[in-house]
Design a protein around this ligand. Structure first.
Ligand SMILES: [Fe+2]
Length: 290
C-alpha cells in the first residue's frame, strides 16, 4: 500500500520518501484549488477531445502542456507552498564549494521546473509500462546494499495532483515501494506493485528513481492528473519551456515562480544572459534597443 502522511509533517514525509521512494500527501490542496486547476486545463483538454472526435480518432491521453503558465493557482499556490519547497529541496538542492575559492564561497542551488502538464487519461486507455522518470536523463541506478537511501542519489522528483478521486479502476498511479533502491536490472513482481489511490486534495510525491506507471482507465470517465516534475538546477529540463512563454506572461509571475522556472539564478555562472539573470532580459523592452 502507498503510505499516507500529512503534508505539513515534513519530517515524516521526508522519511517516507527515503524509505518507499514516494508518498501520498494528505491536505496538499483545498478542493476549490483543485477545481480551479481543473478549469484552467479543461479548455485545452476539451479541444484535443473535440479534434479527435472530428477526425474519428480514438480518444487516448489528452495533454494540457504549459500548465505552469496556464494555471496561476498551480504556479503560485500549489508549487510555492513552503512545505512543498522544503521537501523538494531536501532531496534536490545542490551545494558545493568551488575549487578555486578557498572554501569562502558556497554555491547552493534549488530545484527547477522540468515539466508541467495535465494528463487526462481517457476511458479505455491502457496502463503505461512501469518506468523510472529519470530515464530521460539516461540515468541508471545500482542496487543499494541495504544501507538505506543515499542522499544526493536522485536528480529529479515528480508531483501528481489528481483532478478527480483516483482508483484502480480509473487508472490510479501504479507504484513500486522501495524500488528507488533497486538495481537497474531488477524488475518488479506483480505483488510489488500498488495503486496510489487518492482523493481530491491529496498529492503523490515521488523520486525520479522510483518505478511507477499510469494505471489503465477501465471506466467511462476520464481521469485528469496535474503533473509537475522537477530536476536539479544544473540539468536540462525535460520541456523547452522558455520557448513557450511570452515576455508578458513571465512578467505576471511572482519572483518565486520566475526563479522556479529558471529565470532567476542561484548559480551566477550557469544560465546567465549578458552576465545577468534571464529575468532581466525578459523585463527589457526589445524595442528600446537594448
Ligand atoms: Fe512517469
Amino acid at each position: 500500500m502507498a503510505r499516507r502522511v500529512a503534508f505539513e509533517d515534513i519530517v515524516a514525509v521526508i522519511q517516507s520518501i527515503k524509505e518507499d521512494g514516494g508518498v501520498i500527501l494528505t491536505n496538499f490542496s483545498s478542493n476549490e484549488d483543485v477545481e480551479r486547476v481543473n478549469a484552467d486545463a479543461a479548455p485545452y483538454i476539451q479541444k484535443i477531445v473535440d479534434d479527435c472526435a472530428l477526425q474519428s480518432l480514438p480518444r487516448e491521453t489528452s495533454r494540457c502542456y504549459r500548465l505552469f503558465g496556464r494555471s496561476r493557482t498551480a504556479r503560485e499556490s500549489w508549487l510555492q507552498q513552503p512545505a512543498f519547497l522544503e521537501i523538494l529541496n531536501h532531496f534536490l538542492r545542490t551545494k558545493t564549494v568551488p575549487y578555486n575559492d578557498n572554501g569562502s564561497t558556497v554555491i547552493e542551488t534549488d530545484a527547477i521546473l522540468s515539466a508541467a502538464a495535465t494528463l487526462d487519461i481517457g476511458p479505455g486507455v491502457k496502463a503505461q509500462d512501469l518506468h523510472r522518470d529519470d530515464f530521460i536523463w539516461q540515468r541508471t541506478h545500482t542496487a543499494n546494499g541495504g544501507e538505506g537511501y543515499q542522499m544526493g542519489s536522485d536528480f529529479s522528483m515528480g508531483l501528481l495532483v489528481p483532478g478527480v478521486n483516483t482508483t484502480k479502476a480509473n487508472g490510479a498511479t501504479l507504484f513500486v515501494p522501495g524500488s528507488h533502491l533497486w538495481d537497474h536490472s531488477r524488475r518488479p513482481k506483480v505483488e510489488d506493485v500498488v495503486a496510489a489511490e487518492m482523493t481530491v486534495g491529496e498529492a503523490f510525491l515521488f523520486l525520479g528513481s522510483t518505478v511507477h506507471a499510469g494505471g489503465a482507465n477501465t471506466t467511462s470517465q476520464s481521469r485528469p492528473m496535474h503533473s509537475f516534475f522537477y530536476c536539479r538546477s544544473w540539468m536540462r529540463p525535460e520541456e523547452n519551456q522558455h520557448l513557450w512563454w511570452t515576455k508578458d506572461e513571465v512578467q505576471q509571475w511572482s519572483l518565486a515562480a520566475q526563479k522556479q522556472a529558471g529565470y532567476v539564478l542561484d548559480n551566477p555562472f550557469l544560465g546567465h544572459c549578458d552576465e545577468t539573470n534571464p529575468v532581466d532580459v525578459v523585463r527589457v523592452d526589445i524595442d528600446s534597443g537594448r
